[in-house]
Ligand binder design. Structure first.
Ligand code: ADP
Length: 482
């Protein structure tokens, strides 16, 4: 690990300035502080925006798609070459279990390769509206993009915004989450290794609070904001962006239901629900947080899930075979334990999460929790809890399943378990969620769009549509003598 790790990256230079003090970086698996990173400031953010603007206006980057495609491919190769090291660092920094961390890094370089191809396929249109009246519809890069990233997937949630922005020809200013500047800096180091990317095209500034994020959502030289995080912060960013009418792409919170019909393959449903609810230790916006089960198999599913959750391997995120690592920090562990205490009083506890046992007391662990609840309007069902905590709810028929599943303000992802293709396709259409998986959960691909209905967001990431956020459409018109 070199000194530049954890530093800001501005105009192709590592900057260790820390006008607001250093940020301690903690390993949530054992509570130790293993590094510290410099905090940013408004001035550093402004410097980064300036550097991104200069690179956008004066380098070849914004006008040369082949340069961009080659650079993204090279970046993907460098990241792949460092995959193990970066996955291990991530597991240490945010507690994501190592197999998932490796999968995340692989998804990151896969995404960069996908957008390298897309970069060479951004076409406009031409037409003649009347004799000699020529219209050229050109797709141009939108300009400077701020990318504000959460801690739970600091590689893929970064690259899925940065890769289409770069493919489109934009420059970026990144703000990593305060919990994961080290993993972010390792990815910046992979960009730094690609010498064909002009200096200033990729910049990154840390922050522990909101000073940098506020500049990145209000500065007049920022054209687009690509934000992944909570709905609460998304609303603040959207309001801050209003004054300068920026494009906003927001992927926000979720409250994903898994809907299990009586004729489902229950072995498969239990396996998918366990994995889908414990991904990123339950701290993923598409995680299953509600399990809705049809009357006929309700009691059986309750027992099977209790058994599955009771047999969860919990431990240090870097140990092979661990299914559930720690919560990101002590504050969130305490917040979740408060929720679990409340659920214990206001709902019927099936399996109650605890912070002790298994010699895990040093880290911020919570074992899986499942509670039964009937009242869909209760905030335990309505609010995103963000931890290894699920509600178990009962439904009678298809209409009841649809009504209950759609009853929250979120609409990011859902999954349906049934062997009846007609039922699954009908639900696929009636559920108000950006993604509906059938008989599985959390299958995310570079090629296909994700995003939210309602308070889960605006715009789509991944796939060809992600480019829309980073491109402007221009009409050039002329009348020629014929
Ligand atoms: P979480 O609570 O899970 O950390 P947030 O939505 O608060 O989720 O954070 C996601 C990202 O948004 C982080 O990088 C965080 O630092 C950043 N952020 C938080 N508040 C603001 C804000 N007011 N303006 C811009 N960015 C912010």
């Amino acid at each position: 690990m070199t000194a530049k790790f954890g530093h800001h990256y501005i105009g192709g230079t590592w900057i260790g300035d820390s006008p607001n003090g250093m940020m301690p970086i903690e390993n949530p698996s054992d509570g130790t502080v293993f590094a510290e990173a410099p905090q940013g400031s408004a001035n550093l953010a402004i410097q980064a925006v300036k550097s991104a603007r200069e690179a956008f206006e004066s380098s070849e980057w914004s006008s040369n798609p082949r340069l961009r495609a080659a650079a993204l491919l090279q970046f993907a190769d460098v990241l792949e070459g460092r995959a193990n090291e970066i996955a291990t660092l991530m597991a240490k920094e945010n507690g994501k279990v190592i197999e998932q961390a490796r999968h995340e890094v692989a998804a990151g370089y896969g995404e960069a390769r996908y957008y390298a191809g897309v970069a060479r396929n951004v076409f406009g249109r031409t037409f003649e509206s009347g004799t000699g009246k020529m219209s050229f519809m050109i797709r141009e890069p939108a300009g400077v993009v701020s990318v504000i990233v959460p801690w739970n997937a600091p590689v893929t949630l970064l690259i899925r915004s940065v890769a289409p922005a770069l493919a489109a020809g934009c420059s970026v200013v990144i703000k990593p989450a305060p919990q994961t500047p080290m993993t972010n800096a390792a990815v910046m180091d992979c960009f730094d290794a690609v010498k064909s990317i002009p200096k200033g095209v990729v910049n990154s500034v840390n922050d522990y609070a909101t000073e940098v994020g506020t500049i990145l959502s209000t500065h007049s030289e920022i054209d687009v904001i690509s934000f992944t995080g909570s709905s609460k912060t998304g609303k603040i960013i959207m309001a801050n962006a209003a004054d300068t009418i920026k494009h906003v792409s927001l992927e926000l919170g979720g409250k994903a239901p898994a809907i299990v019909f009586g004729n489902a393959d229950l072995n498969n449903a239990v396996a998918e629900i366990k994995r889908g609810s414990l991904s990123l230790n339950g701290q993923m916006c598409t995680c299953i947080s509600r399990v809705l089960v049809q009357d006929a198999v309700y009691d059986e599913m309750k027992e099977r899930l209790r058994n599955a959750y009771e047999n969860t391997k919990i431990g240090d995120a870097r140990s092979i075979g661990v299914e559930l690592g720690p919560i990101i920090d002590q504050a969130n562990q305490e917040r979740l334990m408060g929720i679990i205490d409340r659920a214990n009083q206001e709902a019927n506890m099936v399996i109650r999460g605890t912070t002790s046992g298994n010699d895990l007391s040093k880290g911020y662990f919570i074992s899986p929790t499942m509670f039964e609840i009937e009242d869909v309007s209760h905030d335990l069902v309505q609010d995103e809890l963000f931890g290894p905590v699920v509600s178990l709810e009962r439904f009678s028929d298809e209409a009841d399943a649809i009504e209950k599943s759609n009853a929250t303000r979120y609409g990011l992802a859902a999954s349906v378990y049934t062997q009846d293709l007609n039922v699954s396709m009908r639900l696929g259409r009636k559920l108000k969620f950006g993604t509906v998986w059938l008989n599985c959960h959390n299958r995310l691909l570079a090629e296909v769009e994700t995003g939210g209905y309602r308070e889960s967001g605006i715009g789509r990431l991944h796939g060809i549509e992600a480019m829309n956020d980073f491109l402007e459409t221009k009409h050039i018109y002329c009348e020629v003598e014929v």
